[in-house]
Every structure is written in structure tokens, then in C-alpha cells.
Design a protein around this ligand. Structure first.
Ligand code: APR
Length: 183
């Protein structure tokens, strides 16, 4: 697929990712897949803590930059793809490549499972401290590159919890993508 065309498959929106009925939503997890605060906590609560933790225990953890899949249980989404973002430590410890890997591996897991729609939160930009603009640019560029080679994925949605983040992401996607029809 031509690079310019993939941007029509990339959407951004403000809201709570646990409400999205995508084939998969991505969780910003920790390496133990033990649940936590932020979006991890929200997803575990909405999916059903006991059944999701039981499923996560079978996965044996997850490396930073990798991604693993579970059912979505009580979520409107069919699946959850758990990925572990890097903790930002200044930018000189490979954080950018590890963050890009989170998006790439999550998309690979979606493609391997023949999923067509996937939604991401802003991985690593909360507790893990990754600067929001840099992280969002990595997320968008990595996703656009992946979609050029993987046409079966029909839509990737980036869900931003806060309005400020959503407005910042809107400006970034405007800058990165060819003239967009924002309908
Ligand atoms: N829907 C969408 N986005 C959300 C939601 C939600 N319901 N709740 C929080 N967010 C956003 C935050 O505003 C932030 O922009 O998700 C982004 C990621 O923030 P965190 O959840 O703190 O994730 P991260 O920075 O990757 O840190 C992961 O935090 O919760 C623990 O167990 C988790 O150890 C792991 C660490």
C-alpha cells in the first residue's frame, strides 16, 4: 500500500480505551503483566480482574518492547494486546527503539491473529515518563511504516484520555500525514 494511503487508516480520538469495541485494544502493561494503575488498571477492572489476571499468569510475563495477547473478557474489545513500554531515562538508553518496538510487535500480534481493528493508548507517556510529543511521533511513524506492508489491518485508532493530549496529538498527525480529510 502506498505510504500516503496508509494515513487514511490511522485515526485519533479522545476517550477511555476500555469503551472501544475494536478487535483488540492495547494495554500499557508492566513486565510482570500483573496489572497496575493508569490504563493497565482501567483495562483490568473493565475486563474482569480475576479472569484477566488468570490469563496473564499463563503468559509468563512480557519483555519491554514485546507484546502478548489475551481475550478481552468483559471488555467490548475481543482481545487485549499487552505491551510493555520503556521507562524514560533521558533518551540515551534505547528508549525510542523500545517504544517503536511496542507498536510494531503489537501490530504484528494483531496481524498474526488476523485482527482488522486495533486501538492504542499513549504507551509510556504516563507513569513511565516518556515525553508525550516524542512518543506520539514514534507511535504514528512506526504504525504508518507497518501498514505499508500489512494491508489486512483496516484501522488503527490512537485513544487519548485527556483533551490536552488529544489536541497535541491532533497537531502532530496533521504535521506527519499528507493533507488529511478530518471528517
Ligand atoms: N483510556 C485511554 N488512555 C488512558 C486511560 C484510559 N482509560 N487511562 C490512562 N490513560 C493514558 C494516560 O493518560 C497516559 O497518557 O494512558 C497513557 C499511559 O499512561 P500509563 O497508564 O501510566 O502507562 P505507562 O506510562 O506506559 O506506565 C505503565 O503503569 O499502570 C502501570 O502497570 C503499569 O507499570 C505499568 C506502568
Amino acid at each position: 500500500m502506498a505510504a500516503a494511503d496508509v494515513w487514511s487508516k490511522i485515526k485519533i480520538q479522545q476517550g477511555d480505551i476500555t469503551k472501544l469495541a475494536a478487535d483488540a485494544i492495547v494495554n500499557a502493561a508492566n513486565s510482570r503483566l500483573a496489572g497496575g494503575g493508569g490504563v493497565d488498571g482501567a483495562i483490568h477492572r473493565a475486563a474482569g480482574i480475576e479472569q484477566l489476571q488468570a490469563a496473564c499468569r499463563k503468559l509468563g510475563g512480557c519483555e519491554t518492547g514485546d507484546a502478548k495477547i489475551t481475550p478481552g473478557f468483559n471488555l467490548p474489545a475481543q482481545h487485549i494486546i499487552h505491551t510493555v513500554g520503556p521507562v524514560f531515562g533521558g533518551g540515551q538508553r534505547g528508549e525510542a527503539e523500545l517504544l517503536a518496538s511496542c507498536y510494531r510487535r503489537s501490530l504484528e500480534v494483531a496481524a498474526e491473529n488476523h485482527l482488522k481493528t486495533i486501538a492504542f493508548p499513549a504507551i509510556s507517556t504516563g507513569v513511565y515518563g516518556y515525553p508525550f510529543e516524542a512518543a506520539t511521533e514514534i507511535a504514528l511513524r512506526t504504525t504508518a511504516e507497518f501498514l505499508v506492508e500489512h494491508e489486512l489491518i483496516e484501522q488503527v485508532t490512537f485513544v487519548f484520555f485527556g483533551r490536552v493530549d488529544f489536541e497535541s496529538a491532533s497537531a502532530i498527525i496533521e504535521r506527519l500525514s499528507p493533507a488529511r480529510d478530518n471528517s
